[in-house]
Write a protein that binds this ligand. Structure first.
Ligand code: BDR
Ligand code: CA
Length: 317
């Protein structure tokens, strides 16, 4: 049976690619997409989520969340993801509208209505999740799993110490890691090994509209580079892990988020020796199997999109 997933995200190039993967993989049932300010402002992350869903044919509710971090001013990563947040991809203006309500309410009610069934995946700053768990502490016992792309047990990418999602809202990240659940953390040191090689891009170029209008132009405008070259698809790692848990190797750890450090704000201080852990931290990735699975999923999605284009719904009336 497919795993039910709520994807809390800030599209964002790699968030957009994560949406496409989550929708396209048969092992995931995407029950909702919640948006948060992060790579770009909230209006844009919501519009981008809607545009990606419309483009790939996903009828998934998109619910808007927080426009600002818990206590700090909102910053963004337009320098990395481009003004629109989708790099060089220019998708049609979405026809779909966001669903009524607030992301925090949606997360709380959806998870509590189906205890043990929903995997919560966060690929942006953790503002919505922090507020959800503060509002309803039973969330920590009611989720099936909680998976994030964020943090690092090594280097940062926004400062030498901090990864972007943690740096953007460290108080939220600290609250989330301290909430009493086990966080499955796919951090930067591992996701930086998910670079899209020339061979990966070549395969994408055979994927029709999905490749030529979303994947390739988005990655082409991504001002970020992976260890070993290519653009890293950080956020895709989190949803791939849900679909195929064996591709990453994890080590238990106690992760504490620095909120006071002048040079280290947002750093995820990772203690692998602690007795009481709060996280499973990814340390390895099988990059070739990762890309086989990801490209296979995109190819199936591309074929489904082409089929819809070939047999449009006949006009009514
Ligand atoms: C993370 O930061 C964002 O810019 C990306 O979308 C990803 O979630 C990588 O550090
Ligand atoms: Ca993101």
């Amino acid at each position: 049976m497919a795993t039910k997933v709520i994807l809390d995200c800030d599209p964002g190039i790699d968030d957009a690619l994560a949406i496409a993967f989550a929708y396209g993989h048969p092992g995931i049932q995407l029950v909702g997409i919640t948006t948060v300010a992060g790579n770009v402002g909230l209006d844009r992350t919501t519009a981008n989520a809607l545009a990606v869903c419309d483009f790939i044919g996903a009828r998934v509710p998109v619910i808007e969340g927080c426009a600002t971090p818990l206590v700090r001013p909102a910053l963004d990563a337009r320098k990395v993801h481009g003004e629109s947040g989708l790099g060089g991809a220019v998708l049609p203006v979405p026809m779909s509208r966001r669903a009524e309500g607030h992301a925090v309410d949606f997360i709380v009610s959806t998870v509590l209505d189906a205890p043990g069934e929903i995997t919560l995946v966060a690929t942006g700053p953790l503002t919505n999740i922090a507020l959800a768990v503060r509002r309803e502490p039973r969330l920590v016992r009611s989720v099936r799993d909680f998976v994030i792309m964020g943090g690092s047990s090594g280097r940062g990418n926004t400062t030498p110490a901090a990864e972007y999602n943690m740096w953007a809202d460290p108080e939220a990240a600290a609250a989330v890691f301290g909430a009493g659940w086990t966080v499955t953390m796919l951090g930067l040191d591992v996701t930086l090994r998910s670079g899209a090689s020339a061979a990966v891009l070549e395969r994408m170029s055979g994927m029709g509209a999905l490749g030529h209008e979303l994947l390739l132009p988005a990655l082409g405008g991504y001002r970020s580079s992976a260890v070993g070259g290519g653009q890293p698809v950080h956020d895709v790692c989190a949803v791939v892990h849900v679909a195929e848990p064996g591709l990453f190797g994890f080590v238990p750890a106690l992760v504490s988020v620095e909120t006071a450090g002048r040079l280290t704000s947002g750093m995820t201080v990772t203690d692998f020796e602690a007795d009481d852990g709060n996280a499973r931290v990814a340390m390895t990735i099988d990059t070739s199997r990762f890309w086989e699975l990801t490209l296979g999923t995109y190819a199936s999605l591309a074929a489904a999109m082409a089929e819809i284009t070939r047999s449009p719904v006949p006009p009514t009336g």
